[in-house]
Design a protein around this ligand. Structure first.
Ligand SMILES: C[S@@+](CC[C@H](N)C(=O)[O-])C[C@H]1O[C@@H](n2cnc3c(N)ncnc32)[C@H](O)[C@@H]1O
Length: 288
């Protein structure tokens, strides 16, 4: 046996786990697999409660990120909790987690979903505005927590309210095409530049509660509105790196390819309009 082998544990087909792995509990084989800059993820069909939220991301996807960027017992944060997917994924992975959601309706959905499971880890949903994360943590005696990893999907600016074909289907089924009417819901900001600023301010607040060396992953997209592409994903990436002392370091992107969405006839015989079937998972780190 080679001298260095004492540093490794063989985990069957999973591969070898390096006992000195600083970030996670994955084997070298699993680490390399996750490092690919794109992935295809086909989530299972959403159930009746989950479909009430208009823009839920799959727990299975979040779980892969959580298991890459943390170890068991670490703390995860989602400042735009929605229907609670991040907390479910964290609970399943034995990570502690805090989620903040502005809308009472979605907060209640996440509470209900968590209650249905009996996680050993602490998974804590709170109702509130993420800009006030410091007060929310203080009020709940959690001020000492420094998050190891933040994963979230903010509103994609005005995407939900747009009167496009996909939203038409939702309104016909009487499902929400707006998160809330709350003025603190950043998705209600009509002005694109102001939206970018509001979003960055929330990540300033998150910065204060993330540990040095901790990662942040934001799932977002560029958006098409009134015959023009707004590079929301790119501007999210840039804006968070220009926040003075609270600047996040942009590390990379992972592109989520959605090959399970039906193609819609957009602009056919007239002009180029894309069937946008991918999303950006932006990866930042707090280094100061
Ligand atoms: C894209 S959704 C998140 C969906 C979530 N990842 C899931 O899987 O259900 C964005 C969420 O952010 C919430 N939100 C918007 N502004 C907020 C704010 N200032 N503080 C907290 N939550 C906010 C909205 O109500 C919405 O549920």
């Amino acid at each position: 046996m080679a001298k260095t082998d004492k540093n490794y544990i063989q985990l069957g087909k999973r591969g070898r786990l390096n006992k000195n792995n600083k970030l996670n509990s994955l084997t070298g084989k699993e680490w390399i697999k996750f490092s690919k800059s794109w992935f295809v993820h086909r989530p299972t069909k959403r159930n009746k409660t989950e479909i009430l939220h208009p823009a839920k991301y799959p727990e299975s996807l979040v779980k892969e990120f959580i298991e890459f960027f943390t170890k068991e017992g670490d703390w995860v944060l989602d400042p735009f909790l929605g229907s609670g997917s991040t907390l479910i994924a964290a609970g399943e992975s034995k990570r502690n987690a805090v989620g903040i959601e502005l809308s009472k309706k979605f907060y209640n959905i996440s509470k209900k979903r968590i209650k249905e499971n009996n996680y050993k880890a602490k998974v804590l949903p709170f109702k509130g505005n993420s800009k006030n994360i410091t007060n929310i943590l203080n009020d709940n005696d959690l001020q000492k927590i420094k998050f190891d990893f933040v994963i979230t999907s903010p509103p994609y600016w005005n995407q939900l309210e747009r009167n496009n074909l996909r939203q038409k289907n939702r309104s016909e089924k009487k499902l929400a095409t707006k998160y809330s009417v709350n003025k603190n819901d950043i998705g209600n900001e009509k002005d694109y530049k102001k939206f970018i600023k509001l979003q960055a301010e929330i990540f300033d607040a998150v910065y204060d509660h993330t540990k040095k060396g901790g990662y942040l992953s934001i799932i977002t997209n560029n958006v098409y509105f009134k015959s023009k592409l707004y590079p929301l994903a790119y501007e999210t990436a840039i804006s968070l790196t220009k926040r003075g002392k609270k600047s996040w370091i942009l590390k990379d992107e992972k592109i989520w390819l959605q090959d399970d969405k039906p193609l819609i006839a957009l602009g056919v015989n007239n002009a180029w309009v894309s069937n946008r079937h991918h999303q950006y998972c932006l990866i930042f780190r707090k280094e100061n």
